[in-house]
Design a protein around this ligand. Sequence first.
Ligand SMILES: [Zn+2]
Length: 229
Amino acid sequence: MTNKAAKIAKQWLDDADAILVTASNGLSISEGLNLFANDKKLKEVLGDLVDKYHLPNLLTAFVFKYPNQLDYWRMVARVVEYYGNNYEISNYMQDIKKIIGNKSYFVWTSNIDHHFALVGLTNLFEIEGNWFEGVCSNHPAEHSVHYLASKLHEIYEKDQAGTLTEADIPKCDECGAPLALNMAGEDFQINQKQVQAFQDFIQKYEDKKLVVLELGIGPRNQMIKAPSM
Ligand SMILES: [Zn+2]
């Protein structure tokens, strides 16, 4: 960015009535979370599961058909412990918070890491869900969404201690069926409160000065980039 462009951007931000932050996986990658990478961090996070199932990256780890559910939840717990429960705010997130300041804002993201919520930016629309939430695999639409942060931490601890059993697999409070992660896929339940809040925000600022920050979104992104344009 040239000096002149930076000055204009600063002016727009100063004059803005509100800020819409749009973000996709480029931001996660900048923060050190790369779902596509086959690097040494993959083994650091997933441990023996990498060799056991020949997992090339985190994305595959989430869609791989494990022969048993315990290994699936081991994988989830290890990932969420590392990138979720132990998440520390990055310089990027600090800068985003600084830019927003006291202005009205909304975050629209396809990132499933829940990092915006973890840093307190909770005016949030997670268009593909996040990996802290579980839905009933038998009644995804009817039974309530479960917040799994502490449950996943417990699974992680038991996994490390070698005491994890089938009884620890997260289940629906209402019917006892196993939970599925509430992320893009057939069981996905979009958060209607988030959808409504997002629509309200857009309506409120449609005729006002709204600055859109686009962070780490690819040029052909149809989910966020195309509609925001
Ligand atoms: Zn259920």
